[in-house]
Design a protein around this ligand. Structure first.
Ligand code: HEM
Length: 230
């Protein structure tokens, strides 16, 4: 093999290797023809000079060309036709022209604003942050105002609708919300809207993600039950 490489580099025909007894035939391989064999500029007398690769007249060499620098017009598409550039978002394009050249316009570019009620954040008084509420809850202080959990019908709930005595029902549980009023991030006024009644719906439509059961567990006074039939 070494002799083959040496011979190939030197440009001399390779002596056929003697096939071993185990390998029946060997193809005769010769080096690629030297394109500039007669050229005086080539490596005459220099045995260590590598052959030109790819070959000087190879198709590979012919195909390769110097990379072209792209101009702006190669990189950017031409501007749209004047009548398309004047389109307004949301307006429907006239298809009077018909044919394949006309473009349809998607009418989803603008979405009408939903009239939404603004939910105001209320500045809580110092010492009334959510963390302060959590501390008060776990302080052991009585936040229920009752000795025992009760069964509370709507008529009874209704009576507790004052700031200093406010009860409200959420998901069937009745809570004394008076201690929480000053801590409510939405403000006292909003919370008082559900005083003396079932606030489940209003609560859910305002902030369904808030866990009332957890926030008010220390204020539980009982369970909402249907009005007893007389
Ligand atoms: C006693 C039950 C309630 C508890 C425990 C409670 C708790 C909370 C909490 C934790 C927040 C802050 C939410 C946040 O920043 O993501 C909040 C905000 C608010 N809550 Fe309540 N809430 C209660 C009932 C209500 C009710 C009945 C209303 C009536 C509409 C209300 C109206 C609001 C408003 C307007 C905000 C402020 C706006 C906002 O945070 O996006 N909340 N409430």
């Amino acid at each position: 093999m070494t002799s083959y490489l040496r011979g190939w580099l030197a440009g001399t025909p390779i002596a056929e290797e003697k096939p071993s007894s185990s390998v029946p035939t060997l193809l005769r391989v010769s080096p690629p023809p030297d394109d500039d064999a007669g050229s005086a500029t080539e490596t005459e007398g220099d045995d260590d000079a590598p052959p030109a690769f790819p070959s000087l007249s190879s198709a590979q060499r012919m195909r390769s060309s110097t990379p072209r620098i792209l101009t702006d017009s190669d990189l950017m598409p031409p501007p749209p036709l004047p009548h398309l550039a004047q389109r307004k978002p949301g307006s429907v394009a006239s298809r009077s022209g018909g044919g394949t050249a006309s473009l349809s316009v998607l009418s989803t570019t603008t979405r009408p604003e939903k009239p939404s009620k603004k939910r105001e954040k209320v500045a809580l008084a110092p010492g009334h942050s959510p963390l302060d509420w959590a501390l008060l809850k776990s302080s052991g202080q009585d936040l229920r105002g009752v000795d025992t959990l009760m069964r509370i019908p709507p008529s009874m709930l209704k009576k507790h609708n004052r700031r200093d005595d406010a009860w409200s029902a959420f998901h069937g549980k009745v809570y004394n919300i008076t201690p929480y009023l000053a801590f409510h991030p939405g403000g006292e006024r909003e919370l008082m809207r559900v005083a003396g009644r079932d606030g489940t719906q209003l609560f859910a439509s305002t902030h369904a993600w808030v866990n009332a059961d957890f926030m008010l567990d220390a204020c539980l006074v009982g369970f909402l039950v249907p009005e007893p039939s007389v």
